[in-house]
Design a protein around this ligand. Sequence first.
Ligand code: ADP
Ligand code: MG
Length: 456
Amino acid sequence: MNKELEFLWAQILSELETVTNLASYEVWLKTLEPLELFENTLILATPTQMSKDILNTKYLSHIEEALSKINPRLSNIKIITIEESKEYVNSQIIPKSEAAALEFEIEPTPMFNEKYTFDGFVVGKSNQFVHAAARAVCENPGKVYNPLFIYGGVGLGKTHIMHAIGNYLLENRRNLKLIYITSERFVNELIDSIRDGSGRGKDSATRLFRKKYRNVDVLMIDDIQFIENKQGTQEEFFHTFNDLYQAGKQIIVSSDRPPKQLNNMQERLVSRFSWGLIADIQPPEMETRLAILKKKAETEKYSVEDKVFSFIAQKIETNVREMEGLLSRVTFFAELKGERPVSLETAKEALKDYIENQKETVTAERVLDAVCEYYGISKEEICGKKKNKEIVVPRQICIYLITEILSLPLSAIGQLFGGRDHTTVMHARDKILKEVKEDSNTASVVKDIKDRLLKR
Ligand code: ADP
Ligand code: MG
């Protein structure tokens, strides 16, 4: 390693030491090794893919900040695995394609992630509907449910299921033309095509864009909520939709909300989204969460004690991605200690920061428990069908507290309360919201329960 680089890195490390806590410093940052400087980018190597992922998601901005503080001319960090670094170290120059990617940030061409298959998708009560619909679409694209509209909260498997459809069709229906794209990319491509087409050869880029999207057999658009407020894109997508639909081509759309809750979306698009099948993914129940963790451990060849799975599944209720993140963190931590299988003690140690930092240790379950305890009623009663005042009021307060403290979709809250729909949830929430403002009695009850919850 050259002296200049060594010195730079030492300075960055001491900067980082002061801004991160000791554990993350020891576990993550110290594994990094500076490789070289290229243009304004410092390239760092880390032992495994897992540490690379975690560093990229959690620490990249810290490192970049430290770097630009020490040398304002430098601003980018690129983290690669030791495996990937061999290429760099041997050649001492960056491969051409990489250099280009660094300069222009070229995204890799969209492809289906091979890990996102039906085999890798755990089916439970929360997602069996979507799963069945996706399967049916695979058997008869364009024929059964068109469009298929999938919605659900963040990290619940929408992208996974779309890729699973793609992977399946790639393998079983080789002649079909497929496109999967995030709506964000769709917007960017459209903008580029308009820009490129505005000079000579006017419209040719736009024509190419249209040709590309209107000549497919299956079009999947992920995270459609991104085109809320984007009238031009909605207009273009509307025509794409019509062309494909009329030609009997399959359209699959995902969103974080049902069509009717999308804001500033053309009414004619919203209504088209409902022409086929609308399928929601709910947060997985405990049992499904456990099964997902076990599956993940199996595919990644992690060795983990059973208790660790339950520990993690209890910590995270509403986001599978986050849950998987905790599992890889725990195994990486154990790997450093040379422990296999991962014990519960190690898991707790590895997630200590996470748990302490997590302001929302309050979960929907705990709100339920607190309200039941406060009123001396049971969970079955509060989630059940009873309509007497003794139960209805606590139920409404509970719903109100959940909407206030947690950021859960209303439909998910409805599910918690025995499958009530989102309008019922909304009604309960608004009623208590009003009472809290107007009635000091309700206000103090709500405050009491909240205090108990947040103090724990
Ligand atoms: P979304 O697109 O809804 O935000 P993703 O599809 O990206 O969520 O899923 C987040 C992570 O959780 C992915 O790694 C995915 O494989 C995993 N995941 C979600 N649901 C399941 C499931 N039912 N079985 C297995 N893995 C799942
Ligand atoms: Mg997604």
